[in-house]
Write a protein that binds this ligand. Structure first.
Ligand code: HEC
Ligand code: HEC
Ligand code: HEC
Ligand code: HEC
Length: 433
């Protein structure tokens, strides 16, 4: 008997190990096995082929003194033309239609009414003007136009709480040269961080981030409006404190003007949960990922091109590297993949499937919590305990959902967020049952 049991145990153990190896192999060995090689050239052309020019800026024609795209068009015709080509990215996907559970989990907040995918930089003013999400204040213009940036730089943070319509009427351009270069694009295309809150939040740590990446990191980030001034602000001060865990801690411990502790974007009507809303944290996700020390945003989103007369420049049309042959060809400097697009899509599909699963579970939790609140069966203390888990679960889910690369920038972080959300949902459901 004893011997047979031991044999059985042995067989079971071997079977478990074999299954684990196969399973892990399926997870990591199949899709996520990297085929890397020593780094080669980033495509046929690279920064080294650009002849940088040093010249003074043309006189600004904008009312506020920003040198606009039109002003630069004689000196940088290719860059101005390619920036204008951001009109080509015009398709909007309705996320609420694609993922109906969002309407439920965002209840009581603007995103439950309207939430479409982002499109090209040439649509920012049009889109902010027509959105059905309410915006009483001018701070919504922070990431839409250099004219707002200039207004803040000239007049200070009081501008953020000015009436939206009044300020919108003065805006001239969508995202443009001043946004990323100030008026110094003539000085070898120098990057100038014009959005003042970036320097305020990061201080000296600004220098730990590549300038080109930080130019995008003025907007493609998680942010909030300070309760006191309604100023746009980033909830961290360094790359280390850009994790969703650290940001949650930052919001949880924020002291509000009325003395209460804990920031919330809105209080959800049916559950009473003090909710957070994450916003497109592309820069954070990228900086915490595997490419952070190797590449900057421009490497994958701005192709190096040559004009007919032999001038080499960065295209300022910001595109997916999977939809641009030149950019796609740069991946093979390090990746030895037979089909780079399929490699990325596999990661994205897996992230998206898990998102749908966790999102629906979050929606179930919200319904059960609503039930508990209306039935009055649980104490307020117990409800608050569940609300805390609800707030945290939604935060981690959102941090992944609203990141626009769908896992391509950093799949580990995406799965970590979704797994953490699921754990918190399970804990909350256990308290409810
Ligand atoms: C969203 C940010 C952004 C905007 C808007 C922008 N640039 Fe750039 N620009 C960059 C980045 C990033 C680089 C590449 C830096 C690098 O080498 O990594 C760059 C590079 C340049 C260069 C250096 C040469 C080259 O091709 O790399 C010039 C000149 C330049 N930009 C001019 C302009 C002009 C003129 C405009 C307006 C028509 C403009 N930029 C708008 C971000 C921007
Ligand atoms: C001033 C703020 C701002 C800066 C700086 C900025 N972006 Fe954007 N970006 C936006 C906004 C806002 C949108 C969405 C516009 C819309 O939908 O109307 C957007 C959209 C995009 C899109 C299209 C997204 C999609 O899903 O189709 C890409 C790609 C993009 N940005 C890349 C970049 C890169 C790369 C940089 C840096 C070189 C950068 N952006 C710098 C604000 C900014
Ligand atoms: C290693 C290359 C790489 C780098 C570096 C990189 N990205 Fe991406 N990015 C991607 C890929 C791949 C996608 C997914 C594209 C797709 O789904 O078609 C993506 C998607 C995006 C999107 C959504 C737009 C779209 O067309 O899907 C935005 C916005 C974006 N990245 C911004 C950034 C910003 C900002 C940075 C720097 C902080 C950055 N990316 C750095 C590869 C990169
Ligand atoms: C300078 C080298 C280099 C270049 C160029 C490069 N990659 Fe990577 N990439 C890496 C390394 C290193 C890893 C991580 C490998 C590992 O973890 O073993 C990686 C991982 C990835 C991952 C998985 C990320 C994750 O978090 O799961 C994706 C997706 C990816 N690369 C896409 C791209 C695309 C698309 C391009 C071209 C537009 C590109 N890479 C260009 C070096 C590079």
């Amino acid at each position: 008997m004893e011997k047979r049991n031991q044999l059985l145990k042995f067989i079971v153990t071997v079977a478990i190990i074999a299954a684990a190896v196969l399973l892990l192999g399926g997870f990591f060995g199949g899709d996520l096995m990297y085929h890397l090689k020593n780094r080669g050239e980033l495509g046929p052309l690279s920064r080294e082929d650009i002849v940088y020019q040093n010249m003074s800026a043309p006189n600004p024609t904008s009312a506020d003194g920003t040198v606009n795209a039109n002003d630069w068009s004689n000196l940088y015709p290719e860059i101005v033309a390619t920036m204008g080509a951001n009109t080509r990215n015009r398709y909007v996907l309705d996320y609420l239609e694609q993922d109906p559970y969002l309407v439920n989990i965002y209840e009581g907040f603007g995103f439950a009414k309207e939430y479409g995918s982002a499109r090209g930089h040439e649509y920012t003013l049009e889109d902010v003007a027509k959105t059905q999400r309410p915006h009483a204040m001018a701070n919504c213009l922070t990431c839409k136009t250099p004219n707002f940036t200039k207004l803040v730089n000239d007049q200070g943070v009081g501008v953020y709480s000015m009436p939206f319509d009044e300020v919108l009427a003065k805006m001239e351009e969508d995202i443009s040269c001043y946004t990323c270069h100030g008026n110094e694009a003539g000085a070898e295309g120098k990057i100038v961080i014009t959005h003042s809150y970036v320097n305020k939040a990061l201080g000296e740590n600004v220098e730990t981030i590549d300038a080109a990446t930080l130019s995008c990191g003025q907007c493609h980030i998680e942010y909030y409006f300070t309760p006191a001034d309604k100023e746009t602000m980033m909830p961290y001060s360094s790359i280390d404190s850009m994790t969703p865990e650290a940001i949650l801690e930052y919001y949880d411990t924020m002291v509000l003007p009325d003395g209460t502790v804990g920031y919330a974007d809105w209080v959800q009507p049916s559950t009473g949960t003090r909710m957070l809303k994450a916003q497109h944290p592309e820069t954070e996700t990228f900086l915490l990922g595997k490419h952070a020390s190797l590449l900057n945003c421009a490497d994958c989103h701005m192709a190096v091109e040559m004009s007919e007369n032999g001038k080499v420049y960065h295209s300022h049309e910001l595109v997916s590297p999977l939809e641009n042959e030149t950019l796609l060809s740069t991946c093979t400097a390090c990746h030895d993949e037979p089909d780079m697009t399929a490699f990325v899509r596999r990661i994205q599909e897996r992230v998206t499937a898990r998102e749908t699963e966790v999102g629906n579970n979050l929606s179930t939790l919200k319904d059960k919590l609503t039930e508990a609140v209306t039935s009055n069966k649980l104490s307020e203390k117990k409800l608050d305990e569940i609300r805390k888990l609800h707030r945290e679960a939604q935060w981690f889910f959102d941090f992944c959902y609203v990141e626009n690369a769908e896992g391509a920038h950093n799949s580990n972080l995406a799965f970590r967020c979704l797994d953490t959300a699921q754990t918190k949902i399970d804990e909350a459901l256990a308290l409810l049952s």
